[in-house]
Write a protein that binds this ligand. Structure first.
Ligand code: GUN
Length: 281
């Protein structure tokens, strides 16, 4: 089994992005990314800090907007309107989850589709499902780049996606379908999940269920993309990140993404790539 090195692939992608940023700056369009965080969710704080730091590293100007947890939907929508109209801002990212008084759907609908670097706006979702361009969500895009490093011809391969989220499961299924895989979308309530996963040439595990996918669920020679990241504390009080696949049981697989160091680093690299794409259009 070959571990797929997401850190190395993310570095290479960010290097290409940095070159494109330099080119855009030279042409008078410095790419800008607005990052909006409402409230103080600790995981979101970490993600947002990382997104800002990586943006700076490739030369993207970032605009951080931190709003208090009690922010109303109207105030957030007014900020989105302002960012939509701001020519320095090419990408807008509203970190999820949002506090309960705010309807996330309404907020995502308000982002200009051309600036929707998360690819969550219904126009971009529709474009993805009809194969007509648009901005593609970052984690699914990263999953496909990782798969591309080990698979040349997807045509007719059986792909099983575990997880039906709008952020990963559904869009990654669309991307695999576009490559002419035979796609089965499953989730945590699917009956007979191990038997279905056993049929897969490609497994994308995105259920957020630590070590759900065991070695005997995976066909010899299959490729496993592990999107799960669960923080667990072991008996010595050390925290570690655990994926949705039991990595140590995957010796018979062809290739597997480790956690950490697989899908995670690609997500931010793809966000930066999407920002440059939005700026270049
Ligand atoms: N929360 C968890 N994942 C994501 C993501 O990809 N984008 C945003 N905006 N929020 C998230």
């Amino acid at each position: 089994m070959t571990p797929i090195d997401g850190r190395a692939m993310a570095r290479a992608l960010s290097q290409r992005t940095a070159a494109e940023v330099a080119d855009l700056i030279a042409r008078g369009t410095p790419p800008g990314l607005a990052v909006v965080l409402v409230g103080e969710n600790p995981a979101s704080e970490v993600y947002v800090a990382r997104k800002m730091a990586e943006s700076a590293r490739v030369g993207i100007t970032s605009f951080e907007h931190r709003l208090p947890v009690e922010t109303s939907e109207a105030v957030l929508l007014a900020l989105i309107d302002m960012l939509n109209a701001d020519p320095r801002v090419h990408g807008i990212l509203v970190q999820l989850p949002l506090p309960e008084q705010i309807d996330a759907g309404r907020v995502l609908d308000a982002i200009a589709p051309g600036k929707d670097v998360d690819g969550f706006h219904p126009v971009n979702v529709g474009r993805l499902s009809t194969g007509t361009g648009g901005l593609v969500p970052c984690t699914p895009l990263g999953c496909m780049m990782l798969l591309d490093s080990v698979i040349d011809d997807y045509r007719g391969l059986a792909a099983v996606v575990i997880g039906k989220s709008n952020i990963v499961g559904k869009p990654v299924a669309m991307l695999l379908l576009e490559r002419e895989c035979t796609v089965t979308v499953t989730h945590i309530a699917t009956r007979g999940l191990p038997e279905i996963v056993c049929t897969a040439d490609i497994v994308v595990a995105a259920a957020g269920a630590p070590r759900l996918v065991r070695g005997d669920w995976v066909k010899p020679g299959a490729v496993v993309i592990d999107v799960g990241i669960t923080r667990q504390t072991d008996t010595d009080g050390r925290t570690k990140l655990v994926g949705d696949a039991a990595f140590d049981e995957m010796a018979h697989a062809r290739a597997v993404t480790p956690v950490p160091g697989g899908v995670g680093p690609m997500t931010i690299a793809c966000l930066l790539a999407n920002t440059v794409r939005a700026a270049g259009r």
